[in-house]
Design a protein around this ligand. Structure first.
Ligand code: CUA
Length: 267
């Protein structure tokens, strides 16, 4: 059902269906739409492998010790109580493990801060309890001399009544908004995130983006969306009673479609 709706909205039938919203009893992370998220997923898998190895090793040590050296198996205590070699090994092994994890981790971390020349800046403003968006500088997208028009809109949670009135079957309760943030794919984007009241956090798991919206501060993050689709996220900073009711929905369309959208809205 959801797939059908997405297909209807994006007018694409040959699109590979990906997990861009929470699933029932979901265990894995959502599918990536940016190279950052791909990196995060790879690193997560790598870490998981290392963790499993460590857990097995420690569990084996623990059980071996317990079963070999209880008072029934070894009534006489061992003379051996100190070993320099062993201490060197069990200090350096964890240190080396951490070092081997540091390199990919820092690589990822700094690649998130990488600032490329963006084609569009999207202003994301957090409110208690909704998000608003402003997209300006269209001169770069469509050559139009001196356009000072700004695309502004506000996205509220789609409430239950609106939901059932319109019979939006297949839509997500508490995750849908009345309007969606429209973004172009295959375009370098810059998000400028701020807030007008308290701390919020703009998050979309598939984008690998989680950026705080601080009042009086402008946070910046770069994005390059690799595919079209509808992506869901939520505010991720406790911001008041309706913190759970300010979801984020991004509709990512091809850059051509985005240009038409902007033209139809602003000119
Ligand atoms: Cu806004 Cu939590």
């Amino acid at each position: 059902m959801r797939l059908e709706i997405i297909k209807q909205i994006i007018h694409i039938n040959s699109i590979e269906f990906a997990c861009d919203a929470p699933d029932l009893f979901q265990l894995r992370l959502q599918d990536p739409a940016t190279s950052i998220m791909e990196g995060l997923l790879d690193f997560n898998k790598h870490l998981l492998f290392v963790i499993v190895v460590i857990v097995l090793l420690v569990a084996w040590l623990l059980f071996a010790t317990i079963s070999n050296y209880d008072e029934f198996n070894t009534p006489n205590s061992q003379k051996f109580f100190h070993s320099n070699e062993l201490e060197i090994v069990w200090t350096s092994l964890p240190a080396l493990t951490l070092l081997s994890l540091a390199s990919p981790s820092f690589n990822l971390l700094y690649s998130m801060d990488e600032v490329s020349t963006p084609e569009i800046s999207v202003k994301v403003i957090g409110h208690q309890w909704f998000w608003s968006y402003e997209i300006s500088d269209f001169d770069r997208v469509i050559s139009c001399n001196g356009s000072d028009k700004t695309l502004k809109y506000t996205c509220y949670l789609l409430t239950g009544e609106e939901f059932y009135k319109k019979n939006n079957a297949g839509f997500f309760r508490l995750l849908e908004t009345n309007k969606r943030l429209v973004l172009p794919s295959n375009t370098h984007l810059r998000l400028l995130v701020t807030s007008v009241d308290v701390l919020h956090s703009w998050t979309i798991p598939s984008f690998g983006v989680k950026i705080d919206a601080c009042p009086g501060r402008l946070n910046q993050v770069n994005m390059f969306l690799k595919r079209v689709g509808i992506f869901f996220g939520q505010c991720s900073e406790i911001c008041g009673v309706n913190h759970g009711f300010m979801p984020i929905v991004a509709l990512v369309v091809s850059s051509n479609q985005f240009n038409f959208y902007v033209i139809s809205k602003t000119f």
